[in-house]
Design a protein. Structure first.
Length: 395
């Protein structure tokens, strides 16, 4: 029985297959909502083999219980076996809290493999705990690089890859990054993109945009049927600096003069808008700032949008998967394939550059792009195959 702050005194898995002794144990760690989207298809693929004892741990790095529950439901992701409840804090505090809380869980479960995804603090923290206990680590979404060490996520990516034993990549350039960093080629497997697995799984159930506004802003919801833009902001570089945030919100208001714009507000962004007294910039007839949306609603927004503006790496991938023009409000991206092959264009935060790109898209000069190799909805199945080979499970 596990005894630790944030853990239930007794817990059972919601995985579909029966538990039995002698099967390899896999500990899968998620901490933030982007992790949920990437882990859900992996859980399904591993569970379908019936070959493993699976334990899902949620660190609680994103701790909005109501939103987490909706995301797990939307993704058909089983409830976590263990919830650590670490909450917010500085990068050092959060990383340390995850390590402290996760260590007794790892000791109790004694997994044969720890699986981490993405680049959040929980990813690196879990990988470090496992490595120091000589437990192999599989990193899904390995090798992505923005080459911007000012991004905390970049540090997490590089360090997690250095201590992982299985590195699963979403694009072929990621293998080149890993090779330059001295990662042995026999650890690296190009499998495709699990984010696209989740996207394709969700598309038949996506929520139409007008339903988001039904009952409270139905008139605006109807206007969206003639075309609209969707935008998201959450990166510290964009929302913590009041000058940059004001510039971007003013640009969103200018875009709303061209076509309606829907802005789901990340909690961090909403806090900074209020803190810096910028709420009036959102007071435009054709601009709607709305609360964070469940996964199926966000998929519906992205699918129906004429264009998307974002600083999110995951949304860059999703818009490429959907064939929707995307403008990335950053000066770099760790997902270059969305630019070289997909629908993404890097525009930074300069209003003139952003508005020029919007006009290009509205004038039918936006990028059409193509679907990158292996972004076919079967990445998780390929991951399961490599995990089986690593753990000696017959195919």
């Amino acid at each position: 029985m596990l005894k630790h702050a944030g853990l239930s005194p007794s817990w059972t898995s919601t995985m579909t297959h029966a538990r039995s002794l002698g099967r390899p144990k896999i500990l899968l760690v998620v901490g933030a909502r982007p992790n949920f989207m990437k882990m859900a298809p992996v859980v399904r693929a591993l569970d379908a083999t019936g070959a493993y004892e699976l334990r899902l741990v949620h660190t609680g790095q994103h701790y909005d219980a109501s939103m987490n529950e909706v995301f797990f439901s939307d993704l058909a992701l089983p409830d976590p076996d263990v919830h650590l409840g670490v909450g917010s804090g500085s990068h050092a505090v959060q990383t340390g809290a995850v390590m402290q809380a996760l260590e007794p869980v790892v000791d109790q479960i004694a997994p044969d493999l720890v699986v981490v995804v993405g680049d959040v603090n929980s990813t690196f923290a879990a990988a470090l705990v496992a490595t120091k206990k000589r437990i192999p680590v599989a990193h899904i979404e390995a090798g992505l690089r923005s080459f911007d060490r000012d991004m905390p996520e970049e540090i997490n990516r590089v360090l997690t890859d250095q201590i992982s034993d299985l590195l699963f990549t979403t694009e072929q350039d990621a293998e080149k990054n890993l090779q330059r960093e001295g990662i042995a080629a026999d650890k690296v497997f190009f499998v495709g993109n699990v984010m696209i697995d989740s996207l394709l799984h969700a598309l038949p159930r996506a929520v139409p945009p007008e339903r988001i506004f039904a009952g409270h802003d139905a008139a605006f919801g109807k206007t969206l049927q003639a075309g609209f833009a969707a935008a998201t902001l959450h990166r510290p570089a964009n929302v913590d600096d009041p000058a940059v945030l004001q510039r971007l919100l003013t640009t969103f208001a200018a875009i709303a003069d061209r076509l309606p714009l829907v802005l789901p507000l990340h909690p961090r962004t909403a806090k900074m808008i209020e803190q810096h007294g910028l709420s009036s910039l959102l007071d435009r007839p054709a601009l709607r700032a709305i609360p964070p949306q469940p996964y199926l609603a966000m998929v519906g927004l992205l699918k129906a949008a004429a264009l998307v503006l974002t600083d999110s790496g995951g949304i860059q991938e999703e818009t490429t998967g959907l064939g929707v023009p995307c403008l990335t409000l950053r000066d770099n991206t760790e997902r270059p394939i969305t630019v070289t092959e997909g629908t993404n264009r890097i525009v930074g935060t300069d209003p003139g550059r952003i508005l020029g790109a919007v006009d290009d898209i509205l004038g039918s000069e936006g990028k059409s792009g193509r679907i990158p190799p292996l972004w076919d909805g079967h990445a998780a199945e390929r991951i399961a195959g490599h995990v089986g080979a690593f753990l000696g499970i017959p195919s």
